[in-house]
Ligand binder design. Structure first.
Ligand code: FPP
Length: 247
């Protein structure tokens, strides 16, 4: 039986979030520079997307560039932005044909103009598709997102259009970048690191975490299926107790 065949199709996550990590170390192992690793990382994004399509996952959110990543050497940052523009430009036709919606979370206004244009075009082109939503987290950090939500909600309270007593979890969720999206049931991080690194902190309150030692450029469809199988083996209780065994 293949890994895919072992998956229970009635219990697949609607939303999978991935922290793609290990491009630099993978490149170093090949004696190449970090950008070489990022280039191969794009192939792994394709693998993850194909697997998500196979499982009818609705949202696949990929941490492609964090607010903190601006601190990397200029060559690497420029190279990553260039890679993003080239990849979206090259792939948009095929993604559109396979019914994918390309969208972003994060402060995209802080990205180079060429990136913003390519992302806007890709969204306009694919927004009416009904397949997987490929959500690229770009210039994203969860703490930035929460600060922005607090500012927006404060403005509403200050202007009198919202009363403090109306602030609840749903209201806060509706002011996050992920508004309208279900929270991820499954968060995957590659490369053996066990950190959340400022990713979707609010949304992962009840997510299952799957860590794998695979470096991101080596990530294949089967690695996503393994993560889903691991997820399906968990007893998700949401703070409650397990169902009592039937007598
Ligand atoms: C983490 O590896 C990877 C990134 C910060 C960038 C991820 C970006 C891509 C895979 C390209 C994305 C392209 C599209 C179209 C979504 P690292 O550099 O932190 O690796 P290290 O921890 O081994 O140094």
């Amino acid at each position: 039986m293949t890994i895919l065949e072992r998956i229970d199709r009635n219990n697949t996550p609607r939303h999978i979030a991935i922290i793609m990590d290990g491009n630099g170390r993978w490149a170093q192992q090949q004696g190449e520079d970090r950008l070489f690793g990022h280039n191969f990382g794009v192939e792994a994004v394709r693998e993850a997307l194909r697997a998500a399509q196979e499982l009818n996952v609705e949202y696949l959110t990929m941490y492609a560039f964090s607010t903190e990543n601006w601190g990397r050497p200029k060559d690497e940052v420029d190279g990553l932005m260039d890679l993003l523009v080239r990849t979206i430009g090259k792939e948009v036709d095929e993604l559109d044909e396979s019914n994918v919606v390309i969208r972003t979370i994060g402060e995209t206004s802080g990205l180079p103009a060429s990136c913003q244009e390519e992302l806007d075009l890709a969204y306009e082109r694919t927004r009416n598709n009904t397949g997987v939503n490929l959500v690229l987290a770009l210039n994203y950090s969860a703490q930035w997102e929460m600060v922005e939500a607090v500012k927006q909600i404060s403005d509403l309270v200050n202007s009198g259009s919202l009363d403090k007593s109306e602030i609840d979890r749903e209201l806060i969720s509706s002011h996050l970048e992920t508004k309208g999206m279900p929270d991820p049931e499954l968060l995957i991080r590659t490369s053996g690191e066990h950190r959340v690194s400022n990713f979707l902190l609010w949304q992962i309150a009840y997510s299952e975490f799957h860590f794998t030692d695979v470096l991101w450029p080596d990530f294949k469809q089967d690695d996503l299926y393994k993560a889903v199988l691991d997820y399906q083996s968990r007893d998700r209780r949401f703070g409650l107790v397990s169902e009592p065994l039937e007598k």
